[in-house]
Design a binder for this molecule. Structure first.
Ligand code: XLS
Ligand code: NI
Ligand code: NI
Length: 441
């Protein structure tokens, strides 16, 4: 084991809300039972390999700022990949989040040919398997990076060139097999550059049909290798392309229906993507459960004033309580979990900043879980049920069952039927949420 994070104890412990220790959990108590399940099993936290270990803090205006020596230019990419993985598992073990997630190119870089690239990738996957066995860490999902390399500038599956489609297929084939080998619980396909910059050169119908073809190939392969996990699409409205096809949950659901993929593909909802698409996080979760496509969550946060994917660590208990409430209402995760698709700010240059970020994120989600579980079967549900009580009455039922016609409803109104407006009680309900957050302990 490395000692890259030498200022951090062997294991971050739960010390409770009264603790002032910045390297301890105040809310995340893995074994505590909440609404019938251990916190760890409700939240299923995962650390993302890319933001935490494959990014050195560079942005479009400047070079990396973070202390990630394995990312320095090197003539020995194999040694660098090994070093990165050793440090990553030191981090995972100390943090105690049960899962991790990766892109193929996070584990090892692209080398001279596909064969060479795959050989190093497979070596790193085997090594990850050994680390997982040693530490007990599990894989929430794997994915392929089919958007960074210049060959993907016009998309992967939606590329106008079928040879690029083939290249992406080769990568996904390998990454899916690797995910299966590591016991991954899901496989994710984020749209990357599956979208367009201008309709002047884009045949949207063709591109969407290509995407669907690609997904059918993935499903067939999943079956042929016996991968038991879910295949997840990750909606995002834009960035990097001006318009992404997987815009939001509703767009993905319509796409799955149109191309006969419903039941085969679910969604990985990212909080910041939800807000970029003009929805609340909670809305996207509720929409996914309603459509039967809920899968997993990328837990992060944007910024109210900035309109791009900032991937901040979640800090708002209020936002996350509303999201967790919808997750609980829907019945919680099956194979999914909460992946921190989140990165440090580039001024957070101390090694232990990565711990502070994850501890804060995990505590935010744990506290949100406590508040949401307190709201689950209380006054909030009673109030919601009461609001629709009319639909359970014989009159409401006669409409819902199809017994009534437009004319028969007209006749009832003509005969004197008058609605009585009822309060929506929004402010009272918002106070219930505030109270549940105050009292979560
Ligand atoms: C980018 C996405 C990406 C996916 C994995 O915005 O969130 O990180 O989660 O490819
Ligand atoms: Ni994102
Ligand atoms: Ni994401």
């Amino acid at each position: 084991m490395t000692d890259f994070f030498d200022t951090v104890p062997e294991r971050i412990a739960y010390e409770g809300p009264a603790s002032d220790n910045p390297l301890a959990f105040r809310w995340y108590d893995a074994d505590r039972v909440v609404a019938g399940k251990r916190m760890e099993d409700h939240l299923r936290f995962a650390v993302s390999y890319w933001h935490s270990f494959s990014w050195d803090g560079f942005d479009i205006f400047g070079a990396g700022t973070l202390d990630r020596p394995w990312l320095a230019p090197t003539s020995d990419p194999r040694a660098a990949a090994h070093r990165k993985m050793d440090v990553a598992f030191e981090f995972l073990e100390k943090l105690g989040a049960p899962f991790w997630c990766f892109h193929d190119r996070d584990l090892s870089p692209e080398l001279g040919s596909f064969v060479e690239t795959s050989a190093l990738f497979d070596e790193m996957v085997d090594l990850a398997g050994q680390h997982m066995e040693r530490t007990g860490m599990r894989l929430l999902w794997g994915t392929a990076n089919a958007f960074s390399h210049p060959r993907y500038m016009a998309g992967a599956a939606s590329n106008p060139d079928p040879e690029v489609f083939a290249y992406a297929a080769a990568q996904v084939c390998r990454a899916l097999e690797a995910t299966h080998r590591l016991g991954g619980q899901n496989y994710v396909l984020w749209g990357g550059r599956e979208g367009y910059e201008t309709l002047l050169n884009t045949d949207m119908g063709r591109e969407q049909a290509q995407l669907a073809r690609f997904l059918h190939l993935v499903i067939e392969h999943k079956r042929s290798i016996g991968f038991p996990g879910m295949i997840l699409l990750e909606p995002k409205p834009f960035e990097p392309t001006k318009h992404q096809y997987d815009y939001d949950v509703a767009a993905v659901h319509a796409f799955l229906q149109r191309f006969d993929l419903l039941g085969e593909v679910h969604v990985n909802i990212e909080v910041n993507h939800a807000t970029l698409s003009g929805h609340d996080f909670a809305h996207e979760v509720a929409a996914a459960f309603d459509a039967g496509v809920f899968g997993s969550i990328d837990a992060n946060a944007g910024d109210d004033r900035l309109g791009w994917d900032l991937d901040r660590f979640p800090v708002s208990v209020e936002q996350m309580t509303l999201g967790m409430l919808e997750i609980l209402r829907g019945g919680g995760f099956t194979t999914g979990g909460l992946n921190f698709d989140a990165k440090l700010r580039r001024q957070s240059v101390d090694r232990d900043d990565l711990f502070h970020a994850h501890i804060g994120g995990m505590d935010t989600m744990a506290r949100s879980l406590l508040a949401a579980s307190a709201l689950l079967d209380g006054e909030l549900s009673t109030a919601r049920d009461a609001r629709y009580a009319g639909w359970d009455s014989p009159f409401g039922q006669s409409i819902a069952s199809g017994e009534m016609t437009l004319r028969s409803l007209h006749d009832q109104v003509e005969a004197g039927l008058e609605p009585t407006p009822a309060s929506g009680r929004q402010e009272a309900l918002e106070t219930l949420v505030a109270r549940a957050i105050e009292r979560a302990s």
